[in-house]
Write a protein that binds this ligand. Structure first.
Ligand code: BG6
Length: 513
């Protein structure tokens, strides 16, 4: 019998680190035959400069970009190519090539490929100028193109219409492919999302559209399917008979960071819960896909999301931070209306009505301006029935699997042990896989990983329109009810633990505090 390529055993001990040298069947080759143009719409904005350009630079340093590539920034701000390069340089770091001389060389080479076009988002004329720049860079017009929409959602449609006027997407003959990456939030509710999808589909075909949720590019989130579907030990216990509840929580110490205009319009449910946290829920709860093709993974995520009941108001707590630690509260932030009822915190208990999860509550919690920045999935197992140690001294706790996404990537299982010594005292310990100790590898940024997928044409981790519809169906009724009833979020102090009612909600469903 031939030995499968992936049958490589890696023994991990604290002394010996794993350097993962295996060649992987998943490392699809990049299409190197054609040049590539990456067009960043909204290139002067925070996301583009902080995340997208550095991610492209890292891909370049690791030889993941084709030999011939260009990056064209497009935004309203008037800038020369040099100004743009200067802004980009400030955000670049050499994560993969720390030697200073090599790093400087790579930065120069990368920046030389960056140019900039200033224009108006709703003007076809501006996009025609962009078109000319692309033609100038690749006169044969055979290059592949990625358009990255790093712009606020209210501009999507303007840009899409201007695109049509400039004929940027529809290319004839031997032209390469064109793909468009769109950032969330995709709409404000089910109806506006459907409208946006319909209008955008007149310009971009669904198979060209990559709706990005950067949480799906995070290393630990990418490990979820591997953890669940390649480790037999988890298979029989991933079930309502063994699992008591699941909590997926996200907290951030930061408040608005100057994003009042966007945030007050959307709030934490649309900003984080309906997308990042619901996506994590789908990966935790879905059935095993029949294979790793995008369509198989998407099919299972869709199925499980279709089983999630719409959130009910009685299972939802919303909060808004007030001042604390010398910092201003939400209502005093610049740009926030004084009577805003936009939530900066939300906790929602969701139910999945299928055979695997019936009766298991999933709590999704997200909050800004809290006492810690942390993203964690906690899977609490049921208590051992008829436990013969219940009378022993010490602490007996149900087992718990904790998957920490950030700040420190880590997976651990809480188990009960005999505390060493004479007598029978029990205690809890952790079987711990800390990424920093186990892997001698640089953890890629989420955007690096997802941009590489776009380049490879792998759509597994991008949100198809059908999934978007279902995700909105889970939250739209509650979002409408909050707004129609003018429900005022419960106040919680900045740098605290969030609203008391969220703790009560957790207690009601048996979540440990
Ligand atoms: C973004 C939200 O999608 O995710 C922000 O719009 C949030 O409000 C951010 O701060 C958090 O991302 P990360 O990767 O820093 O946890």
């Amino acid at each position: 019998m031939s030995r499968h390529k992936a049958d490589v055993f890696i023994y991990l001990s604290p002394e010996r680190k794993c350097t993962t040298p295996m060649s992987s069947p998943f490392e699809n080759k990049i299409d190197n035959g054609r040049p590539l143009s990456i067009i960043v719409i909204g290139a002067s904005g925070d996301l583009a400069l902080r995340k997208i350009m550095p991610a492209l630079f890292s891909l370049y340093c690791r030889d993941f970009l084709p030999k011939e590539f260009h990056i064209v920034g497009f935004a309203r701000t008037t800038m020369t190519n040099e100004d743009f390069r200067e802004r980009v340089t400030r955000r670049l770091t050499c994560r993969y090539t720390p030697e200073a001389s090599r790093c400087a060389e790579q930065m120069d080479a990368f920046l030389n490929r960056c140019t900039y076009v200033a224009g108006d988002y709703s003007s076809s004329e501006s996009f025609r100028q962009l078109h000319s720049e692309l033609e100038h860079l690749d006169p044969e017009g055979k290059e592949n193109r990625i358009f990255y929409m790093s712009i606020p959602p209210f501009l999507f449609l303007d840009v899409a219409h201007a695109f049509t006027g400039a004929d940027l997407m529809h290319r004839e003959g031997d032209a390469g492919w064109s793909r468009v990456v769109v950032e969330k939030p995709f709409g404000r509710d089910r109806a506006s999302s459907d409208e946006l999808t319909a209008s955008m589909s007149q310009v971009f075909r669904e198979e060209q559209t990559y709706r990005i949720d950067h949480y799906l590019g995070k290393e630990v989130i990418q490990n979820l399917m591997v953890l669940r579907f390649s480790n037999l030990i988890f298979d029989p216990i991933w079930h309502r008979n063994i699992i008591e509840n699941v909590s997926i929580s996200w907290s951030e110490e930061l408040g608005l960071e100057g994003r009042a205009g966007y945030f007050d319009e959307y709030g934490i449910i649309r900003d984080v819960v309906q997308n990042h946290l619901l996506q994590i829920l789908a990966l935790i709860a879905m059935e095993p896909p029949i294979g790793l093709d995008a369509e198989h993974i998407r099919a299972e995520k869709l199925k499980v999301l279709q089983c999630v009941s719409p959130v009910e108001l009685e299972n939802l707590v919303v909060g808004q931070y007030t001042e604390g630690g010398g910092k201003v509260g939400y209502l005093e932030e610049d740009g926030v209306p004084k009577d805003s009822i936009t939530p900066t915190f939300a906790a929602a208990v969701l139910h999945i009505n299928n055979r695997r999860w019936d009766g298991v509550p999933f709590i999704l919690r997200a909050g800004k301006a809290l006492n810690t920045s942390n993203t964690e999935i906690r899977i609490l197992f049921r208590a051992m029935p008829g436990n013969i140690f219940s009378a022993a001294s010490g602490h007996l706790k149900p087992n718990e699997l904790v998957i920490r996404v950030q700040p420190d990537a880590r997976i651990y299982i809480r188990i009960n042990n005999k505390v060493p010594g004479l007598g029978m005292e029990l205690g809890n310990s952790e079987l711990d896989l800390s990424y920093a100790q186990a892997f001698d590898a640089i953890i890629p940024e989420a955007y690096e990983s997802l941009l590489l997928d776009v380049l490879r044409g792998d759509r597994s981790l991008f949100i198809p329109s059908k999934e978007l519809e279902v995700a909105w169906d889970v939250f739209t009724p509650a979002l409408h009810a909050l707004e129609e009833q003018g429900i005022v979020p419960e106040s919680y102090p900045l740098a605290g633990c969030g609203p008391d009612k969220a703790i009560e909600l957790g207690e009601r469903y048996g979540f440990p505090i």
